[in-house]
Design a protein around this ligand. Structure first.
Ligand SMILES: Nc1ncnc2c1ncn2[C@@H]1O[C@H](COP(=O)(O)OP(=O)(O)O)[C@@H](O)[C@H]1O
Ligand SMILES: [Mg+2]
Length: 582
């Protein structure tokens, strides 16, 4: 058999109502309806014998007196339906595409979109058995071998491998959404595992809980582990510690952390800060003889300078007297106006939690250090895998946005300034994105900085070969600008209405009803929608070989079997005191 062929007993019923992308099918045989499931696919006869419209069952209703509430149906329609089909079983089907046994030179093909709408009385067939096998093969074969990203099996047919188009999935941003514990981290581990089979994958994972460390540990590891330097790590030269020294911050990022905008002297403070930073950067460039950079650099250019020198100069401003008539000292232009700014800056500098920013390892003050960092992040290296896990678990939450923001900005800028021909693509996986990519209105000044950087990537990244994969349990708290740029969605179980409605708004009309399945999904099941998969489908994600350290605790069993460990509590308290786990 090489094409879908329907027998008499595949018939479910016939079309009784058509409304753009939805149809109602009256089921003829009471027995049959018990075999139909929400999410099953069906084929509907069209006026052309070689063509069928393919749809997904949204609702199955057995009692006719409890009529389906189709959102857009008119009252008249409801009444007439009630009268006519008072005793029948009805299913509601969303139309998603067209199957053709022949289409020009190609045989047996499926495409998104509907050419000819079904007509009333047209027959509707269930797709099962061999037909299902054949149809799912068409879906999987749609992606050519070298682009295949295998993520699991189709829920409607355990034998059919669910394959995404790996190019399309990353090309125009993707997102993985679902309640906590629904299987997002495992899904990410799957993506990483599949990518690691390629020769030159290039992925950066922003790991908020340090849960992907286990993918870097064993012999068969497929990623490299990095960690934003914690208070204990500041003097450590180990490659794995990532510093983001203050001189990488542009003016706005720095000021968003230090300036108190409600201070009367804020404008003075900002202007003296800018003046001195620019001057100090200029001095560095002079010392190093970087004449080319000297002629065009700005205060935002990432050029090392000495923080102590900056404070000294600010303090001079803050204490310097002015000279009045008869050379008498008068109040200086900035005298006393910078005091609070300096003390805020000093507080930040002394806080060990901010050590990776303000007390960075001495090597990081080197002009060439930045290129080393970026080669580590997105460059190639014989010893490395190309997949980088960056552990943010010890970064204080108030600076999380700044840190993720700086990393993303640096990566984007390098990509922009790189020779077009030599650019290679990379993806940034943003785990727990709601923590640093909140919706605009809720963002504070620090978060706005980070958001700006990510939103820029969301809007323009495609042109420069940067992909975002946004992962979150609270889609309603994630920047709409970023989510709306995503073209592919893996949505796991999600029951909260606010979150569901966000996703509803992101999907094309024809696919909205598929979301009714979301609360019903099992752990590790996802609905995949987007241009990376031909048929929006429910997928059982596979189990990754190396699992993230996110295992759900077995309360009941552990309460029976495992004693709490006092020594571990005492150790935790010490860790809390020194703000590090190592
Ligand atoms: N694909 C899957 N197959 C089977 N079990 C899974 C799958 N994904 C997740 N789980 C189970 O669910 C638990 C939570 O998954 P996790 O990915 O950490 O959820 P999330 O990141 O969404 O909070 C895992 O520890 C595992 O037991
Ligand atoms: Mg998780």
């Amino acid at each position: 058999m090489d094409k879908l062929m329907f027998q008499e007993n595949d018939t479910i019923g016939s079309v009784i109502y058509v409304d753009t992308n939805q149809v109602l099918i009256e089921v003829e045989d009471n027995e049959k309806i018990s075999l139909l499931n929400v999410g099953s696919i069906v084929a509907i006869q069209t006026t052309r014998s070689f063509e069928f419209t393919i749809g997904i069952i949204d609702k199955v209703r057995r009692k006719a007196n409890e009529l389906m509430e189709l959102e857009d149906l008119t009252d008249e329609y409801n009444e007439s339906l009630e009268e006519a089909y008072i005793s029948s079983d009805v299913i509601q089907v969303s139309l998603i595409g067209t199957y053709k046994t022949v289409d020009g030179d190609t045989k047996n093909c499926f495409k998104r979109g509907i050419d000819t709408f079904p007509q009333i009385t047209h027959h509707c067939y269930s797709i099962n058995g061999n037909n299902l096998k054949l149809f799912m093969n068409i879906i999987s074969d749609d992606v050519s071998l070298e682009k295949q990203l295998v993520i699991g099996k189709f829920a409607i047919d355990d034998n059919a491998t669910a394959i995404l188009d790996g190019d399309k999935f990353f090309q125009r941003h993707a997102s993985i959404l679902g309640s906590t514990g629904s299987g997002k981290s495992w899904c990410v581990a799957n993506l990483i595992e599949e990518a690691s089979k390629l020769n030159n994958p290039n992925i950066i994972v922003l790991d908020m809980h340090g849960e992907y460390k286990s993918l870097c540990d064993t012999d068969k590891k497929y990623a490299d582990y990095y960690k934003i330097a914690g208070p204990e790590d500041l003097e450590n030269d180990d490659e794995k510690y990532v510093f983001l020294p203050y001189w990488l911050l542009n003016r706005d990022e720095m000021l968003s952390m230090i300036l108190d905008r409600s201070d009367n002297n804020a404008p003075n403070q900002a202007s003296r800060f800018t003046f001195h930073v620019r001057e100090l950067k200029e001095e560095t460039l002079r010392e190093l003889g970087k004449s080319k950079v000297l002629s065009t650099f700005t205060v935002d250019s990432p050029i090392p300078f000495n923080m102590e020198a900056l404070i000294t100069r600010l303090k001079e401003d803050d204490t310097k007297k002015g000279i009045g008539a008869n050379n008498k000292p008068v109040k200086g232009e900035w005298e006393g106006k910078l005091t609070r700014f300096i003390s805020r800056l000093e507080t930040k500098i002394m806080d060990k939690r901010y050590g990776f920013l303000f007390q960075p390892n001495i090597n990081t003050l080197n002009y060439d250090w930045l290129s080393k960092l970026l080669c580590k992040m997105i460059g190639a290296d014989y010893e490395r895998k190309g997949i980088k896990i960056i552990d943010f678990s010890e970064v204080p939450s108030d600076v999380l946005p700044i840190v993720t923001g700086i990393i993303s900005r640096l990566l984007f800028d390098v990509q922009i300034w790189m020779d077009e021909e030599k650019r290679t693509p990379f993806a940034i996986l943003c785990d727990e994105a709601h923590l640093y990519l909140p919706i605009q209105e809720d963002a504070d000044s620090v978060q706005k900085q980070a958001l700006g950087n990510f939103e820029r990537i969301a809007k323009e990244g495609r042109k420069y070969g940067i992909s975002l994969v946004v992962i979150s349990q609270r889609p309603s708290d994630v920047s709409k600008t970023i989510l709306s740029q995503c073209n592919n969605f893996l949505v796991l179980r999600l029951s909260n209405d606010r979150d569901k409605s966000v996703i509803r708004n992101l999907l094309p009309d024809a696919l909205k009803s598929i979301l009714d399945q979301l609360p019903l999904l099992d752990v590790g099941e996802a609905i995949a929608v987007g241009d990376a998969i031909l048929l929006p489908s429910r997928i059982r994600l596979k189990t990754p070989q190396l699992k993230p350290m996110s295992a759900t605790k077995n309360f009941w069993i552990e309460w029976e079997n495992t004693k709490a460990d006092n020594a571990a509590i005492i150790e935790a308290i010490e860790n809390m005191r020194c703000q590090t786990k190592e």
